[in-house]
Design a protein. Structure first.
Length: 230
């Protein structure tokens, strides 16, 4: 019994100790209780998560965002915000800064996922891996859907029920786009009347002039950096 309570004490030491002077079971437990200088292996702190372990929830989050999107790329914005901001992977200012930068480069908004993946990377060495993983996750649902439906698309597109369903989806996308405009864009970027006027001026330049989008984004970034508080 004493050996079970404290196996570190040798059997020879127990045999050589007089029976009257041997400690009780309670005393053996107090002696054998681990102290800060003798931590047990099961009390050690777990090792930090490896990059392979964090890639699984990353690709799952971006896969869900890509699978639930209908219509234009801006519809994915609230989904991406929920996917990366809610778990604390990325702050909302960094998210909006990347969104603004994505508007200045050509290509679909889904490429915004590359920036998010690189920003979530735990180190510079993992930035490329995380960026590639986010791109694969967000594009994969659409690629799988096209591969599955393409052989039957010539037959499906002639059915009135499907065409009516697509019109309903397009109408709902307009509402989702407006919701994305209000949140997270308007609620997080427009904090004063000056911010609203600045946004309206940029919108007017974009609609009524031929100013390139990348020029407008860079000019707005320069002005905001030059005048931190309008």
């Amino acid at each position: 019994m004493l050996m079970e309570l404290c196996p570190r004490r040798s059997a020879t030491a127990l045999m050589c100790t007089p029976l009257s002077s041997q400690p009780t079971a309670t005393e053996w437990r107090s002696v054998c209780t681990p102290t800060p200088s003798m931590p047990r292996s099961r009390n050690r702190r777990p090792a930090a998560r490896t990059s392979a372990a964090t890639l699984v929830p990353l690709i799952a989050a971006f896969y869900r965002s890509g699978a639930l999107v209908f219509g234009g790329g801006h519809v994915v914005l609230p989904l991406l915000e929920t996917a990366v901001a809610s778990p604390g992977w990325l702050t909302q200012p960094s998210f909006l800064a990347g969104y603004g930068a994505a508007q200045a480069v050509p290509g679909p908004l889904f490429t915004f996922a590359a920036y998010l993946g690189a920003s979530i990377g735990i180190s510079a060495h993992h930035a490329a891996l995380y960026s590639f993983t986010a791109l694969i996750g967000i594009f994969l649902p659409g690629l799988l859907l096209i591969t599955a439906i393409l052989p039957f698309w010539s037959t499906l597109r002639t059915r009135p029920a499907l065409r009516s369903a697509l019109r309903g989806i397009n109408a709902s996308v307009v509402g989702v786009l407006f919701a994305a405009l209000v949140r997270p864009l308007a609620t997080t970027a427009l904090h004063s009347v000056a911010d609203i006027l600045f946004a309206l001026a940029a919108l007017a330049l974009l609609l009524f002039t031929r100013v390139p989008t990348w020029t407008l984004v860079l000019t707005a970034a320069f002005l905001c950096a030059l005048i931190p508080r309008l």
